[in-house]
Design a protein around this ligand. Structure first.
Ligand code: GLV
Length: 324
């Protein structure tokens, strides 16, 4: 098990395809040695130089064999489902999530998808591109709708789900919260239940929003049976992980109009295969795993990282957002 080095001997590797983590870290003038790699090959080639890896989707299990110095992995994302927690633990490598850094972004994105679906903004944009001024709709069920008085079931009531609950309460909605440990409280929701109460919540919901981490309990939580319990007028919104949903079952439910539509930021495989029917369904709004994007992202991650580095240098046992 590598012991964690003092500040002057610590080297941090930032590994991200887009985020300017090293540049924003440098602005903090910590004097801590660091470098950034922008692709997985370079990460695997240089991981041996680092005591700390700041990384999210670029992770690869091969990194462990190549990183004798590695003592701490700071995830850039809220989710840590891609990291081999048992192997990290066996090697004595600590892991912390960046939970909290994208709470505002993801909850606002979820609300954006909900509003886009109910206000039919995707259709409006498609019509705009065709220079088509759509007339008013006589069929009441086919018209745009308002959210006040509607019920949302939010699966996952952590920071993101709870902020979405707060935003939905501001829109006069009824909020049913579902979380793995309901004893943690209902937050801004009107009521909270364990995940097992999903089948009772689904028939009540006009919108089902997935905001939970991907865990054995949530993997394929929404399958054909659950989609069948939703109202035909209801929308599914997924800002969690694609694998929380049985994607073929979702495609089938959407193609048979068994639910009204979906707002999807995450898919089972990313990027989504060009052959997927989800691309072209008129009642689907698809965003490319961008719910967490914000211009504050790097600075938010650096705040968590610096807190955790300080704890490690002080030899503290507990990290912020500790996972391993
Ligand atoms: C994004 O998906 C994250 O896990 O933060």
């Amino acid at each position: 098990m590598p012991s964690f080095p003092p500040k002057e001997k610590t080297t941090v590797c930032f590994a991200h395809v887009a985020y300017q983590l090293a540049a924003r870290f440098a602005l903090r003038n910590t004097g801590v040695q660091h470098f950034q790699v922008w692709n997985r090959d370079d990460m695997l080639a240089r991981i041996g130089e680092a005591d700390v890896l700041v990384c999210s989707m670029m992770w690869h299990d091969d990194a462990l064999a190549r990183s004798p110095r590695l003592g701490f992995v700071q995830s850039v994302g809220a989710g840590t489902d891609q990291f081999p927690k048992d192997k990290l633990k066996a090697r004595g490598v600590r892991l912390a999530s960046a939970r909290g850094v994208n709470v505002r972004a993801v909850s606002e994105h979820a609300l954006g998808l909900i509003l886009a679906l109910t206000r039919r903004l995707g259709e409006a944009r498609d019509n705009q591109m065709k220079r088509h001024w759509r007339g008013m709709i006589s069929d009441i069920g086919a018209r745009e709708d308002e959210l006040g008085g509607k019920t949302i079931a939010i699966v996952g009531l952590g920071g993101i789900g709870d902020r979405l609950a707060h935003l939905c309460k501001a829109l006069d909605m009824r909020v049913i919260g579902l979380r793995s440990d309901p004893a943690k409280g209902k937050g801004h929701a009107d009521e909270v239940h364990g995940i097992k109460a999903l089948s009772q919540a689904l028939p009540q919901a006009d919108i089902v929003a997935l905001c939970c981490p991907l865990t054995p309990e949530t993997e394929r939580l929404i399958g054909a049976k659950e989609l069948g319990l939703m109202k035909p007028s209801a929308y599914l919104v997924n800002v969690a992980r694609g694998k929380v949903v049985d994607e073929p079952a979702l495609v089938q439910a959407l193609s048979q109009n068994r639910i009204a539509g979906a707002g999807i930021d995450v898919t089972a495989e990313e990027p989504l295969a060009p052959t997927s029917s989800l691309w072209s369904m008129p009642h689907v709004i698809l965003t490319p795993h961008t719910a967490g994007e914000t211009q504050k992202y790097e600075d938010n991650v650096v705040d968590v990282l610096l807190d955790n580095l300080a704890r490690l240098w002080r030899g503290e046992g507990e990290l912020r957002n500790q996972v391993v």
